[in-house]
Write a protein that binds this ligand. Structure first.
Ligand SMILES: Cc1ncc(COP(=O)(O)O)c(C=O)c1O
Length: 399
């Protein structure tokens, strides 16, 4: 007798990266043309050696094997709150911080705290696919908010968002710097979204997983100094990318007391506590790796400059529509082809592996995402050379 599965999970898209990985079987790799893997958003460098040494010692301690408090170890909550207060020139206390099992887990908990089946969350398109997948699994409708391409990247418009707010809307979600586009939202834009959300009595979630890769400058937004922030602002963070410890599974959710009370229940039920050693690694990073993190950040900023240069003449007709943090969002030159066709063709003919735009939401057929964190500067120049060579030798025709 066939068993029944949760229809919301069945209705959710498959994880897209494994499917795209299957294209690699036909990759046109040669000794002089190795694979340029721009598909997954992972740092190309290992974690700091001193962090690895410290974790080897921590792993020997018996207590590292045991549970921690539900919302995380106190020193980490305190130091993370201090870091946010300093970086955003605002007021955040340790009681506002929940340590999570990664940024995805922080998002899942936030959504579960804010919305239930039949509710709606407004999500700018393109979006990070796991965000959409989790909402669908929860029976929550993702209401797409289109982004518009301009000189500052792909941006959503708060006025258009307002028109989408209905009786079941519970939250607006922003990601800045954005995955997949790399676009960085201005403090004014973030504030406008918060003002809208506050006025409409819905929450504003901002995922700032890539905030450590921003150039020096004023705080990314002023919400933590807004006296209303605890009333509906939810900040999501990941230690994965900043310290290159994606496998340790550690992130953070910051919110006011009402939301935090709900998070306490969810965190206890799902994870009981975040990984203990992961929390120790995050604490080690915050305490010791500011300089190391800045150097990695500077490498990423150099890659952004290399991208601007490499794509100056639209190599092969590919236009750099947006870039920042780990990502470049390219418009491909074939209006009659699907993005998946173009991505497969590039794997096959040039051993370039990028993800097609529609993985990231609706109306993205003209785009490909290149996660340049995974390659160095020479890889970025190789990308533009290969795109140029491709258009000349193949005319872009899928055989
Ligand atoms: C915007 C965004 N949020 C969250 C995550 C996941 O972070 P974590 O590894 O901490 O779960 C990613 C990973 O790619 C991401 O791009």
């Amino acid at each position: 007798m066939p068993i029944h599965l949760n229809p919301n999970v069945s209705a959710t898209a498959e994880p897209p990266i494994p499917e795209a990985m299957s294209w690699l079987a036909e990759a046109g790799i040669t000794p002089r043309r190795p694979l340029l893997n721009l598909a997954q958003a992972v740092p190309s460098y290992p974690p700091a050696e001193s962090l690895r040494d410290a974790m080897a010692i921590a792993a020997q301690k018996v207590e590292t094997a045991f549970y921690t408090p539900i919302l995380g170890i106190e020193p980490l909550r305190e130091l993370f709150a201090e870091t946010l207060s300093r970086d955003y020139e605002g007021q955040v206390g340790p009681e506002d911080v929940a340590i999570s099992a990664g940024g995805n887990h922080a998002f899942c908990m936030a959504v579960m705290a804010l919305a239930g089946p039949g509710d709606e969350i407004i999500v700018p398109q393109p979006c990070y696919f796991n965000h959409e997948m989790w909402c669908t699994m929860q029976g929550i409708r993702v209401v797409p908010l289109p982004c518009h391409a301009g000189p500052a990247g792909l941006l959503p418009d708060p006025k258009e968002a307002e028109a989408l707010i209905g009786p079941r809307t519970r939250a607006i979600l922003l990601v800045s710097p954005n995955n997949p586009t790399g676009t960085v939202y201005s403090p004014e834009l973030v504030q406008a979204f918060f003002d809208l959300a506050y006025r409409k009595q819905i929450a504003l979630m901002i995922d700032e997983t890539y905030r450590d890769f921003l150039p020096d400058g004023p705080p990314p937004h002023d919400l933590f100094s807004d006296p209303r922030w605890q009333d509906g602002f939810v900040h999501l963070y990941s230690f994965s990318k900043a310290y290159s410890l994606t496998g340790y599974r550690v992130g953070a959710l910051t919110a006011g007391p009402r939301i935090m009370a709900a998070i306490g229940k969810i965190a206890d039920t799902v994870t009981i506590c975040p990984s203990h050693i992961g929390q120790l690694a995050a604490l080690y990073g915050l305490e010791n790796l500011a300089q190391w993190k800045r150097q990695r950040r500077d490498e990423m900023i150099n890659r952004v400059a290399a991208l601007d240069q490499a794509f100056d003449g639209n190599p092969g007709g590919y236009r750099l529509r947006s870039r920042g943090a780990f990502f470049a969002y390219l418009e491909h030159p074939y209006p009659d082809r699907t993005a998946a066709d173009v991505a497969r063709m590039l794997v096959r003919d040039q051993a370039i592996f990028m993800l097609p735009g529609p993985i990231f939401g609706i109306a993205q057929e003209r785009y490909l995402r290149a996660a340049f964190a995974n390659v160095d500067e020479s890889g970025i120049y190789a990308l533009s050379e290969r795109l140029k060579a491709h258009s000349i030798s193949d005319g872009g025709i899928l055989k």
